[in-house]
Design a binder for this molecule. Sequence first.
Ligand code: GUN
Length: 279
Amino acid sequence: MILAGKDVASEMKRQAKTVIESNLQRLGRAPKLAIIMVGEDNAASQAYVRNKLKACDETGIINETIILPQNCTQADILSKIKELNQDKTTDGILVQLPLPAHINVAEVQEAIRPDKDVDGFGKEHMGACWLNVPGIRPCTPAGIMALLHYYDIPLAGKNCLIIGRSNIVAKPLAAMLLSEDATVTIAHSKTKNLFTLSQTMDLIVVSVGKPEFLPPAAVKDGVILIDVGINRNEQGKLVGDVNHSCYDKATAYTPVPGGVGLLTVAQLICNCVQAWLTH
Ligand code: GUN
């Protein structure tokens, strides 16, 4: 079975649009998202931001993109965030990652007011995620959970492996799977015998950013595969972190493109609506 992120994302955006339309009059203004992007030479970031803006337009979220130069200072970014924190018409603030090496990412993330932190990357929401209490959930992992729920994939007692240890995908996803009673393992570049470990897993999420990293020999028959990667291979073709030959062994898998990437954007829209409803 193909886990079509596209269908789930469309449904999530449709619901967000309905919520916006039905609350617009009461709240007196449409939701607004501000995206800060530093530098203009990261093609992947440009593509992500373009998709986020398009989804805002589709659903009725006012959007503003602030582009700061690659060589801007930490203070420049913090000052922009401060201004947006104070702006009563801005509901969500998102700083597109990655940031240049001279920027302290953690400090930038903490500068965003928690009620406007639509990425959910600050300590308040990340803590809420681990405690399984209400908060804004990071977009990619929350989108993956929405996909698993949409397709009624049972998680309780399942052996789930997350390959990758990022703050924005792997760690919050581990918390979310754990909250649904999965047995969760996080693997990374120092993990020993990774592809032996992975052979025992019921569900594998790959988020390493390496074209076709996971080979078919590393998975068991009946596995569920969630591919977070969006890479160009040597031929310039868009591929995920999962080798296509794994699909033959899988019960269900997310394609690239058309999988997780669309869910990240749809979840962002939902998070913006959630922030707007509290303002
Ligand atoms: N870069 C890659 N994924 C994301 C995301 O979900 N949010 C932000 N802000 N930057 C990203």
